[in-house]
Design a protein. Structure first.
Length: 417
C-alpha cells in the first residue's frame, strides 16, 4: 500500500526535482559561460546538466519515446545508466576541485581528477558494451532492473552502474562532511554543504533499495517495490536537496546582502528626516535606482548636511551627555550615539553660530548609523538631555549627582541577553 502510494507520488511529482535542478542550472549558467575556463564552474555545470538530463530521461513518456525513436527495446536503460554514472563522476570532480581549491595543482589533486575521469569514462563504455551483449527484447518502462536481474550481461550492467554510483556517493559524502566539520567554514557555504551532503546521503537510500531488490531477485524473492517505488522517490528528494545545496550559498548570500542594504537604508531614515529640516531638499527619489545606490545617496546627503552643522555643536553638552548616558546605564557605544544625537538636536534647535569646542567631525560622520538608530528613542534622548543639563554649571551652582544605574529608566538599562 505504502509502496504503491510512493510510486504514484513519484509519477506525479517527478517534474519537481527537474524544475529545481533546472533553476539551479539557470542561475549558474551566466557565470559558467562567462568563466568557462574555471574548472570548478565547469564541474558544477556538468553535474547540474547531467542531473537535469537524467531526470528528464527516466520519466516513463521519455523512456517510451527514446525506445521508439532508436528502434531498440530498452535503449533508454544504458542511456540513463550512463547519465547517472556521469553525474556521479561530476560530483566527485566537483568536490575534489572545490575542496582543494583552484590554486591546488599538486600531483595528488591532478591524479585524483584523472582517476575520476578515467574510471567513470571506462564504466560508461563498459555499460554500452554489456548492453550490446545482453538479450533484452521486452521493453520495461519501470521495472527493468528487477525484470532483467538474472539476464546474462544485463545483470552485470545493472550491478556495475549501481556500484559505481554507490562508491561515488560514499566518497562524496565523506569528503563533504569532513569539510563541513572543518574550522573556518561558516555562513551560507556551511548550510549549502549541509544540504549537499544530505542530498548525497539520501542517494544511498536509492542505491540500497535498488541493490536489495536486485539481490532479492537473485535469491528467488520479490521485493520489486523497493526498486520501482521507493528508490525513485528517494532519488527525487536527493535531487531537490542537492539543488538547494548549490543554490543556497550564492542565492542566500545575495538575499542577505540585499536585506542588509535595505535595512541600513531604513535605519538611516530618522537622521535623514532630521537633516531635511536643516537643508529642506532631500534626495530625489529614483524609481529604478538599485538599493545600493539609494543607500549611498542617503549616506552622502546626511554627511553633506551634517558636516557644516557640526561647526555649531556644543561639545561641552555632548561630553556631559555622554557622561550622563554612561551613568544612566547605557553601554559605551549607545552612550556615544545618544550624546551625539543630543548635541545635534540642540544645535538645530538653538541656532548657535559657533561651536563651543573642537568637534570631531570625522568620528561624527562615521557614526551616522548608530546616531540615526538613537533618534528612534526620543524618550532616551530626553532622559540623557535632562541629566546632562542638570550638570551644567551655567544652570545650577550645585550639580545634581548622576542617577544610579538601578534608578535609571528601563529603556536605558543594558539589555539582558
Amino acid at each position: 500500500m505504502v509502496t504503491t502510494f510512493l510510486g504514484e507520488l513519484y509519477t506525479s511529482f517527478v517534474w519537481i526535482p527537474t524544475a529545481v535542478l533546472g533553476t539551479a542550472l539557470a542561475l549558474k549558467l551566466p557565470a559558467i559561460i562567462r568563466l568557462r575556463r574555471d574548472p570548478l564552474l565547469r564541474a558544477v555545470g556538468g553535474l547540474l546538466l547531467f542531473a537535469c538530463a537524467l531526470f528528464v530521461s527516466v520519466t516513463p513518456p521519455v523512456i517510451v519515446w527514446t525506445n521508439r525513436v532508436t528502434g531498440v527495446p530498452n535503449f533508454s536503460a544504458p542511456w540513463a545508466y550512463s547519465l547517472l554514472t556521469a553525474f556521479s563522476g561530476a560530483g566527485l570532480l566537483l568536490i575534489v576541485t572545490w575542496r582543494n581549491g583552484l590554486s591546488d595543482h599538486s600531483n595528488v589533486t591532478r591524479r585524483a581528477r584523472r582517476w575520476v575521469i578515467s574510471v567513470y569514462s571506462g564504466v560508461i563504455v563498459a555499460l554500452w558494451v554489456l548492453f550490446a551483449l545482453a538479450d533484452v527484447p521486452v521493453e520495461r518502462v519501470r521495472d527493468l532492473d528487477t525484470y532483467y536481474a538474472n539476464t546474462p550481461f544485463m545483470r552485470e550492467e545493472i550491478l556495475l552502474y549501481l556500484l559505481a554510483h554507490t562508491v561515488a556517493v560514499l566518497i562524496t559524502v565523506r569528503l563533504i562532511w569532513n569539510w563541513v566539520r572543518a574550522d573556518g567554514l561558516h555562513g551560507w557555504l556551511r548550510w549549502g554543504l549541509t544540504f549537499l551532503g544530505a542530498g548525497y546521503a539520501l542517494s544511498l537510500v536509492f542505491d540500497l533499495a535498488k541493490l536489495t531488490a536486485v539481490t532479492a531477485r537473485w535469491t528467488g524473492h520479490d521485493l520489486d517495490a523497493l526498486s520501482t517505488d521507493v528508490a525513485p522517490c528517494a532519488a527525487c528528494l536527493a535531487a531537490v536537496l542537492t539543488a538547494v545545496g548549490f543554490i543556497l550559498p550564492h542565492t542566500g548570500q545575495y538575499l542577505h546582502d540585499r536585506l542588509r542594504v535595505r535595512l541600513a537604508h531604513h535605519q538611516l531614515r530618522p537622521l535623514y528626516v532630521l537633516m531635511r529640516t536643516v537643508d529642506g531638499d532631500g534626495v530625489p527619489f529614483l524609481l529604478c535606482a538599485a538599493p545600493e545606490l539609494r543607500l549611498i545617496r542617503r549616506e552622502t546627503y546626511i554627511r553633506d548636511v551634517l558636516l557644516p552643522l557640526a561647526r555649531h555643536l556644543d561639545e561641552d553638552l555632548r561630553t556631559r551627555a555622554h557622561r550622563a548616558a554612561l551613568h544612566l546605564g547605557c553601554t559605551p557605544p549607545r552612550a556615544k550615539a545618544l550624546a551625539a544625537a543630543v548635541a545635534i538636536l540642540d544645535a538645530i534647535g538653538s541656532g548657535r553660530d559657533a561651536s563651543t569646542g573642537h568637534p570631531d567631525t570625522a568620528d561624527l560622520l562615521q557614526e551616522i548609523g548608530p546616531i540615526s538608530r538613537a533618534l528612534r528613542h526620543r524618550d532616551a534622548i530626553d532622559a540623557v538631555r535632562a541629566a546632562a543639563r542638570s550638570t551644567d554649571p551655567a544652570r545650577s551652582t550645585r550639580p545634581t549627582p548622576p542617577a544610579h544605574p538601578a534608578q535609571a529608566p528601563r529603556f536605558l538599562l543594558p539589555r539582558r541577553r
